[in-house]
Design a protein around this ligand. Structure first.
Ligand SMILES: [Zn+2]
Length: 688
């Protein structure tokens, strides 16, 4: 039974050790745009995304957050799902690797690999990177991991191995025979070089932790997280199911047409995954397409740099389509691309608010005004100009060009070609001056006006249809305003010049892209700062490096130092709400200032306390701080410190303390480490 052409596309499944950020949003919205286009072209499209939830990192993070791995995973998976729903991502399925359907499929794949003789047991002793969940063959005990720089751990494990070494020839043959399997070309060359360098058997089980899918018949072991995770692409469409419908689903959709991934996981998708599938005698995905990294203002986003941007920030201020358009248009797909709030606002204003927004509002407003809201009849005979023909010809060429580029994953160039058409028709309107023609008397002028506005409206329709997969929300509105109904019912495969229904009634005409002013950038920056603060404050869910560090920073109540994170400096009397989150307003009640130590001495009879005189710009304060075990008083003189300036005075050992010095609490002993600045800061500067 043929139900027409199918298209199956996947995002990577996202590891729940990190909260969703704009990088995840990018991969997902690219897939969404591709899936939407395929649907409009009439493909039976299956679009899969989901979360990767097993492994030692999750087990450890859950322990650190005092919860179970399952609850930890539930929480973060829900965050991903919330983001994708907020982004209006049109996924068909969201798979979680902790679901029974997935576990059963992975175990089935294991059994097949075992039956076909590709699994054996062996012992491994060597270095292991917990963060990357990978053995580091080249490292000696104490060496850092070459990928992430963290110190590797020595492990000795009896493991199951997959005979990866046996697959090298078959893999190379596949790369050669199917040049489109890995894209872009640079990634393909990288993979070929890696396989040619020799493949070693791959350890595919772990017995040092429990959070994973048990190895069939040997539940002391759990299945290696990458074998587990990669299988999702097959288990989501029913692989390993006993259910007849699910089996049919697998028959229908497997193999996947596209696995879309970030370039850092190319080896897993282009070497390991096809090797597993070949060994299990299952068809291989048709293509693995790797995109580059999203850089924030030129540097890689990372937790340690603290420059991870959330998609919601752009969405809240400018809307989904602004984010989608920017990422698809600005980044050359496959290469690294830079993201900044300035650039997003600039793109939004120039391409959406100005170019497309103006074309739409001008054209539709004039049709309303001069033709009572009915699409005018262009006159093929009277008052026709070559300018009309050249717009029409460009539109026809754009349909072809846009489609070729978009289907070749060159989103940026595809949108560029559509916007070149928008630019041409805007220029055409300026030159043909329909508003002047409308002032003139006579049938000929009326016919000329009709032709101009019909031409503009037809271009608007074509661009709207082409751009719909990229910017679905705004194009759906424009389509409606053109009086064309539900854009998702349109058959994009039939798009051509001249389909605008003559005499058709426009819908209600409203602006679609309100201009963004300068404050949009500031608003986004402020939101990011507030979100970062909120995250640090709540300290729940995924444990970031900084959160892990601050979790250890608890200072004894009798001494003055406090951890630098805002949660520890709540002003007296300000009680936190039940869920332990406070609003930004609560945080702003705390006044932190830069001060300079003018004088310092030990407090008699208290070996932890120092009496300090701190200049905070407006006055010199006496502060008693519990930092004597870590700091010699004379060495503090002249040093700049952070103090909480609006803390109610309190007495320590008979001395009044007017403020609190901000310090981290480090190590098992909880030794204080004073907060300080790399740059020079003026005395009295406020922290916010
Ligand atoms: Zn590592």
């Amino acid at each position: 039974m043929d139900k027409g052409k199918k298209f199956y596309i996947t995002t990577p499944i996202y590891y729940v050790n990190a909260r969703p950020h704009i990088g995840h949003a990018y991969t997902t919205l690219v897939c969404d745009a591709v899936a939407r286009r395929k649907r409009l072209l009439g493909y039976d499209t299956y679009f899969l995304t989901g979360t990767d939830e097993h492994g030692q990192k999750i087990e450890r993070s859950a322990t650190a957050a005092a919860t179970t791995p399952q609850k930890f995973a539930d929480q973060v998976a829900a965050e991903f799902r919330r983001l994708f729903d907020r982004m209006n991502i049109s996924y068909s399925d969201f798979i979680r690797t902790t679901e029974p359907r997935h576990k059963q499929g992975v175990q089935e794949l294991w059994k097949r690999l075992q039956e076909k003789g590709f699994i054996y047991k062996g012992t491994y002793t060597g270095q292991y990177c917990v963060y990357d969940e990978a053995y580091v063959d080249s490292a000696k005990p104490g060496d850092p991991c070459p990928d992430c720089g963290r110190i590797t751990e020595t492990v000795s494990e009896e493991n199951y191995y997959f005979k990866l070494s046996a697959m090298a020839e078959q893999l190379l043959k596949h790369y050669q025979q199917t040049p489109d399997f890995i894209r872009p070309e640079t990634r393909r060359n990288e993979v070929i070089a890696f396989v040619k360098g020799g493949l070693r058997d791959l350890s595919i089980s772990r017995s040092t932790f429990k959070w994973g899918i048990p190895v069939p018949g040997d539940p002391k072991h759990v299945i290696y997280v990458w074998l587990d995770a990669l299988s999702n692409y097959a288990t989501a469409v029913g692989f390993g199911s006993k259910d007849k419908d699910e089996q049919q689903k697998f028959e229908r959709y497997w193999p996947a047409d596209v696995h879309m991934i970030g370039k850092e996981i190319i080896r897993f998708h282009c070497v390991y995954w096809p090797a597993f599938l070949m060994a299990a005698e299952l068809p291989l995905p048709k293509a693995v397409i790797a995109h580059g990294w999203l850089l924030f203002e030129e540097s890689k986003m990372s937790k340690s740099r603290g420059n991870i941007v959330r998609a919601e920030t752009v969405i809240d201020v400018l809307g989904n389509d602004a984010l989608r358009y920017f990422l698809l248009r600005e980044i050359v797909f496959g290469q690294d691309g830079s993201f900044s709030f300035d650039a997003v606002v600039q793109r939004y204003n120039s391409d959406l608010a100005n170019d497309l927004g103006n074309l739409s509002s001008r054209t539709l407003t004039m049709i309303n005004r001069y033709f009572g809201g009915s699409i005018p009849y262009p006159s093929p005979l009277v008052a026709k100009k070559s300018a009309d023909d050249s717009v029409r010809e460009q539109a026809q060429a754009t349909i072809v060009e846009f489609s070729e580029l978009f289907d070749a994953y060159q989103f940026s160039r595809a949108l560029e070609s559509a916007w070149a058409l928008v630019g041409s028709v805007n220029k055409y309107l300026v030159e043909e001056e329909p508003w002047i023609v409308a002032e003139k008397e006579g049938e000929e002028n009326k016919a000329r006006l009709a032709t101009i506005l019909y031409t503009a409206a037809e271009v608007l329709r074509i661009v709207t249809a082409l751009a719909h997969p990229a910017i679905p929300e705004s194009t759906a509105k424009i389509w409606n305003q053109l009086g064309l109904g539900d854009i998702d019912k349109f058959n994009l495969a039939e798009l051509k010049w001249g389909q605008l229904p003559l005499g058709g009634k426009l819908g209600k005409v409203e602006p679609v892209f309100p201009r963004a002013d300068k404050s949009a950038i500031e608003r986004m920056q402020r939101m990011e700062q507030e979100r970062a603060l909120e995250k640090e404050r709540t300290g729940q869910a995924p444990q970031t490096e900084s959160a892990a560090a601050s979790a250890a920073a608890q200072s004894p109540a009798t001494t003055a130092p406090a951890a630098p994170q805002p949660a520890a400096v709540t002003a007296p009397g300000a009680s936190a709400p039940a869920d332990s989150k406070i609003s930004i307003d609560d945080f702003l009640k705390v006044e932190m200032r830069v001060g300079q130590v003018k004088n310092a001495e030990r407090v008699k009879g208290a070996d932890k306390l120092l009496r300090l005189e701190v200049d905070i710009g407006t006055e010199v304060r006496q502060v008693v701080a519990g930092i004597a075990l870590a700091y010699e008083p004379e060495k503090l003189i002249g040093r700049k410190v952070v103090i909480v300036a609006n803390l109610a005075p309190r007495k320590l050992r008979g001395l009044e303390s007017n403020g609190m010095i901000v310090a981290a609490s480090a190590g098992d002993q909880g030794l204080p480490v004073l907060a300080s600045f790399l740059e020079d800061v003026p005395i009295g500067a406020k922290l916010k």
